[in-house]
Design a protein around this ligand. Sequence first.
Ligand SMILES: [Zn+2]
Length: 266
Amino acid sequence: MPELPEVETIKRDLERYILHKKIKGVVIKEPRSIKEPGPAAFKKKIEGQSIKEIKRRGKVLVLSLTSKEFLVVHLRLTGWFSWDKKADKSARVIFLFSDGFLNFCDPRLFGELRLIKDWQNLPMIKKMGPEPLEISKFEFIQMFKTKRAKIKPLLMEQSFLAGIGNLYAAEGLFCAGIHPQRGVYKITSEELGRLYDCLKGILSVAIKNRGTSVDTFRDLKGKEGGFSSYLKVYGRKNQPCFKCRTPIKRITLGGRGTYFCSQCQH
Ligand SMILES: [Zn+2]
């Protein structure tokens, strides 16, 4: 699933290809991709509008239109955009511009497109936690004070911290030397400070490398992200740890495959 660095990469590509351009037409091939309003109203309201601004909040993209409405996109598990000279046959929704086609592809159909007036009042946005790259170390440490959950599932909760998913949670915890199953109340402020530095560093390098392609993620021109070669634990079951050579373990935690080093993470 695309996480903060992948969605940020898509945001930057969208700025490059469609910012200030007019949507000349919309072809909805899969009405289920449009959550709000109905497909006919969606098409009618969006055609002829220009893209004024593109924002990212957590894993969500928000495109401001000249009509003062917002196109809110959640890619979920397998959603992506491609920018091409032609329409993609497998696309669920196609946006036509004078110089190209923006294809919204989503094989598993979990992605969500919404055209709404007030994006900040959308429940998933309203309850979203802070952006990890925008809070201070002090604020980050404070957030854990009243929590009793296990660290990794908590990091992935969007209402706690925005944009972190399975991959970056695993990488952040390895970097900080924290076991994914540790109860938050047992983790010291010093360790949390280290986790903050690790997450910030990893997310920044991942954004610079245009994300990680371990699944369907590609940028708007179909290129894979360059962060895959930086992964220390994610997807490395039974391969030797880069620090101590112990084979990396994979367990299921909160329903998700979780990779860690039993020697380096406590
Ligand atoms: Zn190790």
